[in-house]
Design a protein around this ligand. Structure first.
Ligand SMILES: O=C(CO)[C@@H](O)[C@H](O)[C@H](O)[C@H](O)COP(=O)(O)O
Ligand SMILES: [Zn+2]
Length: 197
């Protein structure tokens, strides 16, 4: 495959995976947005975490909630647990890297809040610990995973929402995740603000 064909292959593969995701994941994504609105109306907030590209997704999501997505509206309460380098380094240095998110969930999470847990493998120990902490805090989980959901799939309860990208490939999973995140932001605005925009 030459370089041009290689590039084109990425787009074509992404389109195929996203088509399957549109067919399979729309109900879970809509359910996640409904859960968010329910939480926000009850004065709850949304925490988000993940590693690497998924840390970027957690921050991207929080920015769209606190700032705005595509429409003007008051900011909505969401916090990415990946951004406070003092907390992250202190927890990793003094305790364990596996606890960088869970300690923040214990400190910031309240019953009825949501944790968005993002892991393409479904197996990152710090994301798994955050899910345990959130359940202990009586929070609901929206899990964004891939590869069948890994260990995270087995931790979720019937009150949680699982959005599992239908692909074994990390890059394609991340591409489904960011589309799901944008679709959730759009659905939240649609439910809060109404209209067809
Ligand atoms: O973006 C990528 C790969 O596309 C990487 O930075 C990736 O996010 C990192 O390897 C993560 O540590 C993977 O963790 P996870 O998604 O399996 O939980
Ligand atoms: Zn990536």
């Amino acid at each position: 495959m030459d370089l041009i064909a290689r590039v084109q292959h990425h787009f074509l593969e992404s389109i195929k995976v996203k088509q399957t995701a549109a067919d399979e994941l729309a109900p879970a994504i809509a359910a996640a947005a409904e859960l968010m609105v329910q939480t926000l109306i009850a004065d709850g907030k949304i925490l988000a975490c993940g590693n690497g590209g998924s840390a970027a997704d957690a921050q991207h999501f929080a920015a769209e909630m606190v700032g705005r997505f595509e429409r003007e509206r008051p900011g909505l309460p969401a916090i990415a647990l990946t951004t406070d380098t003092s907390a992250l380094t202190a927890i990793a240095n003094d305790y364990d890297f596996d606890l960088v998110f869970s300690k923040q969930v214990h400190a910031l999470g309240r019953p009825g809040d949501i944790l968005i847990a993002i892991s393409t493998s479904g197996n990152s120990a710090n994301v798994i610990a955050a899910i345990h902490a959130a359940h202990e805090r009586q929070m609901r989980i929206i899990a964004l995973t891939g590869k069948g959901g890994g260990q995270i799939a087995d931790l979720l309860t019937g009150d949680d929402v699982h959005i599992c990208a239908p692909t074994p490939r990390t890059a394609r999973t991340q591409e489904v995740h960011i589309t799901a995140i944008h679709a959730m932001c759009d659905a939240v605005d649609f439910m809060l603000l109404g209209g067809d925009q």
